[in-house]
Design a protein. Structure first.
Length: 129
C-alpha cells in the first residue's frame, strides 16, 4: 500500500463519517468495537449487525447482515453509491494528500477484491498498489 494511501486510511475515521451522516452507535463494546444498524441504503434492519473496529492501524467495518466490509473507501462508496476512485480522490483532496494517478487508475480493481478485513485482502491490496 502506498504511504499516502495508508495515511489517508489512518486519518479518515469511519466513526466520524457515520456520525456526520446521522448514524450513532447502538452499543460500544470492548476491544475498540462499536455496533450500529447497517447504514447502507439497500440493507434495512431492526437489530444492529454492523461493526466498526477501531483498534487496528486504521478503522475497518463489517456488516454481518449484508456481508459488506473493509475500510472507509468501501463505506463511502457503498453509502453514496459512487466509484472507489471518486471517494479516494475526494478524501485525498480534503486531506491535501497526493495520491498517484497509477493508484487512482487501479483503485477500483483493487478495492473490489478487498471486501473483508483479512490478512489476505490486505496483502492483495499491498501487492496491487
Amino acid at each position: 500500500m502506498t504511504d499516502n494511501l495508508k495515511l489517508l486510511l489512518q486519518k479518515t475515521s469511519i466513526v466520524s463519517y457515520l456520525e456526520e451522516n446521522n448514524h450513532r452507535p447502538v452499543k460500544v463494546l470492548t476491544g475498540g468495537k462499536l455496533s450500529y444498524r447497517c447504514p447502507f441504503p439497500d440493507h434495512q434492519e431492526r437489530k444492529p449487525s454492523f461493526m466498526v473496529y477501531t483498534n487496528s492501524d486504521y478503522e475497518n467495518f463489517h456488516c454481518y447482515g449484508c456481508g459488506r466490509g473493509y475500510n472507509i473507501i468501501h463505506l463511502i462508496s457503498g453509502m453514496e453509491q459512487i466509484p472507489y476512485r471518486d471517494v479516494l480522490k475526494r478524501i485525498s483532496d480534503k486531506l491535501n494528500l497526493n495520491i498517484s494517478e497509477s493508484t487512482l487508475a487501479t483503485v477500483d480493481e483493487v478495492m473490489k477484491y478487498c471486501v473483508t478485513p483479512t490478512k489476505e485482502s490486505e496483502q492483495l491490496e499491498q501487492s496491487l498498489l
